[in-house]
Design a protein around this ligand. Structure first.
Ligand code: NCD
Length: 370
Protein backbone atom coordinates (compact mmCIF):
# COMPACT_ATOMS: atom_id res chain seq x y z
CA UNK A 1 0.00 0.00 0.00
CA UNK A 2 1.41 3.43 -0.88
CA UNK A 3 1.68 6.23 1.65
CA UNK A 4 -1.25 8.09 0.15
CA UNK A 5 -3.45 4.95 0.17
CA UNK A 6 -2.76 4.56 3.89
CA UNK A 7 -3.62 8.23 4.47
CA UNK A 8 -6.91 8.04 2.58
CA UNK A 9 -8.42 5.17 4.56
CA UNK A 10 -8.99 7.37 7.61
CA UNK A 11 -10.22 10.88 8.33
CA UNK A 12 -7.70 13.62 8.95
CA UNK A 13 -8.31 17.31 9.67
CA UNK A 14 -5.57 19.15 7.80
CA UNK A 15 -7.83 22.04 6.72
CA UNK A 16 -11.17 23.37 7.92
CA UNK A 17 -12.38 22.30 4.47
CA UNK A 18 -11.79 18.66 5.44
CA UNK A 19 -14.94 18.97 7.59
CA UNK A 20 -18.37 19.52 6.05
CA UNK A 21 -20.77 22.08 7.54
CA UNK A 22 -22.90 19.31 9.02
CA UNK A 23 -19.85 17.64 10.60
CA UNK A 24 -18.86 20.99 12.15
CA UNK A 25 -22.40 21.47 13.46
CA UNK A 26 -22.32 17.97 14.91
CA UNK A 27 -18.98 18.73 16.66
CA UNK A 28 -20.55 21.91 18.08
CA UNK A 29 -23.61 20.12 19.44
CA UNK A 30 -21.36 17.56 21.10
CA UNK A 31 -19.15 20.36 22.51
CA UNK A 32 -22.27 22.08 23.89
CA UNK A 33 -23.34 18.76 25.42
CA UNK A 34 -19.93 18.41 27.11
CA UNK A 35 -20.22 21.96 28.46
CA UNK A 36 -23.68 21.22 29.80
CA UNK A 37 -22.84 17.90 31.40
CA UNK A 38 -19.20 18.44 32.40
CA UNK A 39 -18.96 22.23 32.69
CA UNK A 40 -18.64 23.99 36.03
CA UNK A 41 -19.71 27.41 34.72
CA UNK A 42 -21.08 28.70 31.45
CA UNK A 43 -17.85 28.28 29.53
CA UNK A 44 -15.42 25.96 31.33
CA UNK A 45 -15.15 22.18 31.45
CA UNK A 46 -14.78 21.18 35.11
CA UNK A 47 -15.25 17.41 35.12
CA UNK A 48 -14.05 14.40 33.15
CA UNK A 49 -15.47 11.25 31.52
CA UNK A 50 -13.76 7.97 30.74
CA UNK A 51 -14.95 7.71 27.13
CA UNK A 52 -11.35 7.65 25.78
CA UNK A 53 -9.92 5.37 28.48
CA UNK A 54 -7.01 3.39 27.06
CA UNK A 55 -6.56 5.75 24.10
CA UNK A 56 -3.44 7.84 23.51
CA UNK A 57 -3.10 11.20 21.75
CA UNK A 58 0.35 12.19 20.46
CA UNK A 59 1.11 15.91 20.27
CA UNK A 60 4.01 16.54 17.91
CA UNK A 61 4.68 20.26 18.30
CA UNK A 62 7.67 21.48 16.31
CA UNK A 63 6.83 25.17 16.83
CA UNK A 64 5.92 27.05 20.06
CA UNK A 65 2.40 26.63 21.44
CA UNK A 66 0.52 27.17 24.68
CA UNK A 67 -3.21 26.99 23.97
CA UNK A 68 -3.38 24.48 21.15
CA UNK A 69 -1.19 21.85 22.76
CA UNK A 70 -2.48 22.27 26.30
CA UNK A 71 -6.13 22.40 25.26
CA UNK A 72 -5.66 19.21 23.21
CA UNK A 73 -3.93 17.56 26.18
CA UNK A 74 -6.63 18.81 28.53
CA UNK A 75 -9.36 17.62 26.12
CA UNK A 76 -7.86 14.12 25.82
CA UNK A 77 -7.40 13.87 29.59
CA UNK A 78 -10.93 15.16 30.25
CA UNK A 79 -12.10 12.33 28.00
CA UNK A 80 -10.20 9.85 30.17
CA UNK A 81 -7.42 9.24 27.63
CA UNK A 82 -3.73 10.00 27.91
CA UNK A 83 -1.20 12.03 25.96
CA UNK A 84 2.41 11.82 24.83
CA UNK A 85 4.01 15.03 23.60
CA UNK A 86 7.02 16.50 21.86
CA UNK A 87 7.14 20.19 22.72
CA UNK A 88 10.59 21.18 21.58
CA UNK A 89 11.93 20.32 18.12
CA UNK A 90 15.45 20.36 19.57
CA UNK A 91 14.47 17.54 21.92
CA UNK A 92 13.09 15.33 19.12
CA UNK A 93 14.79 13.42 16.34
CA UNK A 94 13.84 16.28 13.99
CA UNK A 95 17.05 17.84 15.35
CA UNK A 96 18.97 14.79 14.06
CA UNK A 97 17.49 15.24 10.60
CA UNK A 98 14.59 12.79 10.86
CA UNK A 99 11.84 13.50 8.34
CA UNK A 100 8.27 14.31 9.30
CA UNK A 101 7.13 11.29 7.26
CA UNK A 102 9.22 8.90 9.38
CA UNK A 103 8.18 10.57 12.66
CA UNK A 104 4.52 10.24 11.69
CA UNK A 105 4.81 6.58 10.62
CA UNK A 106 6.45 5.81 13.92
CA UNK A 107 3.94 7.79 16.01
CA UNK A 108 1.13 5.90 14.25
CA UNK A 109 2.43 2.88 16.15
CA UNK A 110 2.49 4.72 19.49
CA UNK A 111 -0.79 6.64 19.56
CA UNK A 112 -4.41 6.55 18.33
CA UNK A 113 -4.38 10.09 16.91
CA UNK A 114 -1.73 12.74 16.25
CA UNK A 115 -1.87 16.53 16.53
CA UNK A 116 0.89 18.21 14.56
CA UNK A 117 2.23 21.74 14.71
CA UNK A 118 4.93 22.49 12.17
CA UNK A 119 6.62 25.62 10.77
CA UNK A 120 6.17 24.61 7.11
CA UNK A 121 3.05 25.39 5.05
CA UNK A 122 1.39 22.14 4.01
CA UNK A 123 3.13 19.96 6.62
CA UNK A 124 -0.20 18.59 7.87
CA UNK A 125 -1.15 17.19 4.43
CA UNK A 126 2.27 15.56 4.19
CA UNK A 127 1.83 14.02 7.66
CA UNK A 128 -1.65 12.75 6.80
CA UNK A 129 -0.24 10.91 3.81
CA UNK A 130 2.04 8.83 6.02
CA UNK A 131 -0.23 8.29 9.03
CA UNK A 132 -2.32 5.25 9.78
CA UNK A 133 -4.17 7.10 12.58
CA UNK A 134 -6.03 10.43 12.30
CA UNK A 135 -3.83 13.54 11.97
CA UNK A 136 -5.10 16.91 13.14
CA UNK A 137 -3.42 20.08 11.97
CA UNK A 138 -2.50 22.15 15.03
CA UNK A 139 -1.12 24.91 12.76
CA UNK A 140 1.17 24.41 9.75
CA UNK A 141 3.20 27.49 8.84
CA UNK A 142 0.97 30.17 7.35
CA UNK A 143 -1.38 27.58 5.83
CA UNK A 144 -4.22 26.74 8.24
CA UNK A 145 -5.23 26.12 11.84
CA UNK A 146 -8.60 24.36 11.61
CA UNK A 147 -9.19 23.57 15.28
CA UNK A 148 -8.63 27.22 16.23
CA UNK A 149 -11.39 27.98 13.73
CA UNK A 150 -13.67 25.48 15.46
CA UNK A 151 -13.08 27.35 18.74
CA UNK A 152 -13.61 30.69 16.98
CA UNK A 153 -16.89 29.64 15.35
CA UNK A 154 -18.17 28.02 18.52
CA UNK A 155 -17.44 31.31 20.35
CA UNK A 156 -19.32 33.30 17.71
CA UNK A 157 -22.25 30.92 18.02
CA UNK A 158 -22.39 31.29 21.77
CA UNK A 159 -21.83 35.04 21.81
CA UNK A 160 -24.04 35.92 18.83
CA UNK A 161 -26.49 33.00 18.53
CA UNK A 162 -25.75 32.23 14.84
CA UNK A 163 -23.02 32.63 12.23
CA UNK A 164 -25.09 33.11 9.09
CA UNK A 165 -25.61 36.82 8.39
CA UNK A 166 -22.98 38.05 10.87
CA UNK A 167 -20.49 40.68 9.73
CA UNK A 168 -17.04 39.79 11.03
CA UNK A 169 -14.13 42.21 10.72
CA UNK A 170 -10.67 40.62 10.74
CA UNK A 171 -7.77 42.87 11.74
CA UNK A 172 -3.99 42.53 11.61
CA UNK A 173 -1.74 40.06 9.84
CA UNK A 174 -4.06 38.46 7.31
CA UNK A 175 -1.09 37.29 5.26
CA UNK A 176 0.84 35.17 7.76
CA UNK A 177 -2.03 34.39 10.14
CA UNK A 178 -3.03 30.77 9.55
CA UNK A 179 -6.00 31.12 11.91
CA UNK A 180 -7.36 33.83 9.59
CA UNK A 181 -7.18 31.62 6.50
CA UNK A 182 -9.15 28.77 8.07
CA UNK A 183 -11.59 31.23 9.65
CA UNK A 184 -12.31 33.03 6.36
CA UNK A 185 -13.21 29.76 4.62
CA UNK A 186 -15.50 28.76 7.48
CA UNK A 187 -17.20 32.16 7.74
CA UNK A 188 -17.86 32.11 4.01
CA UNK A 189 -19.22 28.57 4.14
CA UNK A 190 -21.59 29.43 6.99
CA UNK A 191 -22.89 32.59 5.27
CA UNK A 192 -21.16 35.35 7.26
CA UNK A 193 -19.88 38.59 5.70
CA UNK A 194 -16.16 39.22 5.95
CA UNK A 195 -14.72 42.69 6.41
CA UNK A 196 -10.93 42.87 6.00
CA UNK A 197 -8.80 45.26 8.07
CA UNK A 198 -5.23 44.23 7.18
CA UNK A 199 -2.15 45.92 8.57
CA UNK A 200 -0.31 47.67 5.70
CA UNK A 201 1.28 45.04 3.41
CA UNK A 202 -0.23 42.10 5.31
CA UNK A 203 -3.26 41.43 3.10
CA UNK A 204 -5.06 38.12 2.68
CA UNK A 205 -3.10 36.02 0.14
CA UNK A 206 -4.49 36.05 -3.41
CA UNK A 207 -5.08 32.30 -3.42
CA UNK A 208 -7.26 32.54 -0.29
CA UNK A 209 -9.26 35.42 -1.81
CA UNK A 210 -9.66 33.51 -5.09
CA UNK A 211 -10.88 30.45 -3.28
CA UNK A 212 -13.37 32.43 -1.17
CA UNK A 213 -14.76 33.87 -4.36
CA UNK A 214 -14.65 30.84 -6.67
CA UNK A 215 -15.59 28.05 -4.26
CA UNK A 216 -17.57 29.73 -1.50
CA UNK A 217 -19.22 32.63 -3.38
CA UNK A 218 -17.84 35.16 -0.90
CA UNK A 219 -16.28 38.52 -1.68
CA UNK A 220 -14.80 40.09 1.44
CA UNK A 221 -15.19 43.84 1.79
CA UNK A 222 -12.09 45.91 2.55
CA UNK A 223 -12.17 48.61 5.22
CA UNK A 224 -15.87 49.36 5.22
CA UNK A 225 -17.47 51.70 7.76
CA UNK A 226 -20.45 49.46 8.35
CA UNK A 227 -21.25 48.20 11.84
CA UNK A 228 -19.77 44.81 12.68
CA UNK A 229 -20.97 41.99 14.92
CA UNK A 230 -17.50 40.69 15.74
CA UNK A 231 -13.95 41.93 15.50
CA UNK A 232 -11.28 39.21 15.17
CA UNK A 233 -7.89 40.63 16.17
CA UNK A 234 -4.58 38.93 15.31
CA UNK A 235 -0.94 39.54 16.18
CA UNK A 236 1.85 40.19 13.67
CA UNK A 237 3.35 36.79 12.76
CA UNK A 238 6.91 37.98 13.16
CA UNK A 239 8.29 34.44 12.90
CA UNK A 240 6.99 34.27 9.31
CA UNK A 241 8.18 37.67 8.13
CA UNK A 242 11.54 39.31 7.58
CA UNK A 243 9.99 42.81 7.78
CA UNK A 244 8.88 44.97 10.67
CA UNK A 245 5.13 45.54 11.00
CA UNK A 246 4.30 49.20 10.33
CA UNK A 247 1.13 50.98 11.41
CA UNK A 248 -0.18 47.76 12.87
CA UNK A 249 -3.79 48.20 14.10
CA UNK A 250 -4.01 48.60 17.87
CA UNK A 251 -7.36 47.69 19.35
CA UNK A 252 -7.94 49.68 22.53
CA UNK A 253 -10.88 51.45 24.21
CA UNK A 254 -10.46 54.44 21.92
CA UNK A 255 -10.57 52.28 18.76
CA UNK A 256 -13.65 50.46 20.02
CA UNK A 257 -15.42 53.73 20.82
CA UNK A 258 -16.22 54.03 17.09
CA UNK A 259 -19.99 53.38 16.80
CA UNK A 260 -19.39 50.60 14.26
CA UNK A 261 -17.95 48.47 17.10
CA UNK A 262 -20.59 49.44 19.67
CA UNK A 263 -22.05 45.93 19.69
CA UNK A 264 -19.05 43.92 18.45
CA UNK A 265 -17.75 40.83 20.23
CA UNK A 266 -13.94 40.99 20.32
CA UNK A 267 -12.14 37.73 19.55
CA UNK A 268 -8.42 36.93 19.34
CA UNK A 269 -6.82 33.49 18.88
CA UNK A 270 -4.11 34.62 21.35
CA UNK A 271 -1.29 35.08 22.20
CA UNK A 272 -1.69 38.87 22.12
CA UNK A 273 1.33 41.12 22.02
CA UNK A 274 0.63 44.88 21.63
CA UNK A 275 -2.30 44.78 19.24
CA UNK A 276 -5.00 44.21 21.89
CA UNK A 277 -5.01 46.46 24.94
CA UNK A 278 -5.50 44.65 28.29
CA UNK A 279 -7.61 47.68 29.30
CA UNK A 280 -10.38 45.95 27.29
CA UNK A 281 -10.33 42.78 29.39
CA UNK A 282 -13.21 43.90 31.62
CA UNK A 283 -15.31 45.15 28.68
CA UNK A 284 -18.40 42.97 28.09
CA UNK A 285 -17.49 42.81 24.39
CA UNK A 286 -14.18 41.04 25.18
CA UNK A 287 -14.79 37.35 24.34
CA UNK A 288 -11.19 36.17 23.89
CA UNK A 289 -10.72 34.42 27.25
CA UNK A 290 -14.00 32.54 26.82
CA UNK A 291 -12.85 31.71 23.28
CA UNK A 292 -9.65 30.15 24.68
CA UNK A 293 -11.68 28.09 27.17
CA UNK A 294 -13.99 26.81 24.45
CA UNK A 295 -10.92 25.20 22.86
CA UNK A 296 -11.29 22.33 25.34
CA UNK A 297 -14.93 21.22 24.76
CA UNK A 298 -14.56 21.73 21.01
CA UNK A 299 -11.41 19.59 20.88
CA UNK A 300 -13.05 17.00 23.14
CA UNK A 301 -15.89 16.78 20.63
CA UNK A 302 -13.56 16.54 17.63
CA UNK A 303 -11.47 13.80 19.30
CA UNK A 304 -14.66 11.93 20.19
CA UNK A 305 -15.63 11.83 16.52
CA UNK A 306 -12.13 11.14 15.16
CA UNK A 307 -11.67 8.23 17.57
CA UNK A 308 -15.27 7.02 17.12
CA UNK A 309 -15.72 7.05 20.90
CA UNK A 310 -19.49 6.95 21.02
CA UNK A 311 -20.09 4.77 18.03
CA UNK A 312 -20.23 7.65 15.54
CA UNK A 313 -17.12 8.48 13.56
CA UNK A 314 -16.21 10.62 10.58
CA UNK A 315 -16.21 8.83 7.23
CA UNK A 316 -12.85 8.39 5.45
CA UNK A 317 -11.46 11.24 3.44
CA UNK A 318 -12.44 11.80 -0.20
CA UNK A 319 -9.95 14.45 -1.30
CA UNK A 320 -9.41 15.53 -4.93
CA UNK A 321 -6.79 13.56 -6.85
CA UNK A 322 -3.42 15.33 -7.08
CA UNK A 323 -0.88 14.75 -9.84
CA UNK A 324 2.79 15.33 -10.39
CA UNK A 325 3.20 17.73 -13.29
CA UNK A 326 6.60 17.80 -14.94
CA UNK A 327 8.70 20.92 -14.26
CA UNK A 328 6.09 22.37 -11.91
CA UNK A 329 7.03 23.28 -8.36
CA UNK A 330 5.06 25.14 -5.72
CA UNK A 331 5.54 28.94 -5.95
CA UNK A 332 5.40 29.26 -2.15
CA UNK A 333 8.98 29.17 -0.79
CA UNK A 334 7.66 28.14 2.66
CA UNK A 335 5.87 25.07 1.31
CA UNK A 336 6.94 21.73 2.80
CA UNK A 337 7.90 20.62 -0.74
CA UNK A 338 10.87 23.03 -0.55
CA UNK A 339 12.19 21.72 2.77
CA UNK A 340 15.53 19.98 2.33
CA UNK A 341 14.67 17.12 4.73
CA UNK A 342 11.04 16.68 3.77
CA UNK A 343 11.18 17.01 -0.01
CA UNK A 344 12.05 13.31 -0.48
CA UNK A 345 8.58 12.55 0.90
CA UNK A 346 6.63 15.68 -0.05
CA UNK A 347 6.97 15.48 -3.83
CA UNK A 348 5.25 18.43 -5.58
CA UNK A 349 1.74 17.46 -6.65
CA UNK A 350 -1.14 19.60 -7.79
CA UNK A 351 -4.88 19.48 -8.15
CA UNK A 352 -6.31 21.02 -11.31
CA UNK A 353 -8.91 23.71 -10.63
CA UNK A 354 -11.70 23.85 -13.15
CA UNK A 355 -13.47 27.03 -12.02
CA UNK A 356 -12.65 30.27 -13.84
CA UNK A 357 -9.16 30.44 -15.29
CA UNK A 358 -7.44 27.02 -15.34
CA UNK A 359 -5.15 26.93 -12.33
CA UNK A 360 -3.13 24.41 -10.38
CA UNK A 361 -3.29 24.20 -6.60
CA UNK A 362 -0.40 22.79 -4.57
CA UNK A 363 -1.69 19.64 -2.87
CA UNK A 364 0.20 20.51 0.35
CA UNK A 365 0.02 24.26 1.05
CA UNK A 366 -2.90 24.95 -1.36
CA UNK A 367 -1.19 27.92 -3.02
CA UNK A 368 -2.39 28.47 -6.59
CA UNK A 369 -0.24 28.45 -9.65
CA UNK A 370 -1.60 30.01 -12.86
C1 NCD B 1 -2.32 31.02 16.89
C2 NCD B 1 -1.37 30.19 16.06
O1 NCD B 1 -0.51 29.49 16.57
O2 NCD B 1 -1.52 30.27 14.84
N1 NCD B 1 -2.30 30.68 18.24
C3 NCD B 1 -3.12 29.68 18.67
O3 NCD B 1 -2.99 28.55 18.28
N2 NCD B 1 -4.13 30.02 19.48
C4 NCD B 1 -2.18 32.47 16.66
C5 NCD B 1 -0.82 33.11 16.81
O4 NCD B 1 0.16 32.47 17.17
O5 NCD B 1 -0.78 34.31 16.56
Amino acid sequence: MSASDAGRRIRHVTSINDLSNSEIEDVFSLAAHYLKTLGDSSYRIGRSTNAAAGRILACLFLEPSTRTRLSFESAMQRLGGSTISITDPNASSAAKGESLADAIRMLSGYADAIVLRHPRDGAAKCAAEFASVPVVNGGDGAHEHPTQTLADLFTLLRERGAISGLTVAIAGDLKGGRTVHSLCYALARFGANINLMPAPGLDLPAHVLNRLHDEFACTPIANSNAAVDALYVTRFQKERSSDEARNYPKIDPDFLSNPRFANASVLHPLPRVDELDPALDGDPRAAYMRQASYGVPVRMALLTRLLGLDGKSLAPQQGPAAKQISNKTCPNAHCITHDFTERKFAVPRFTILQSGKRRLRCFYCETDLD
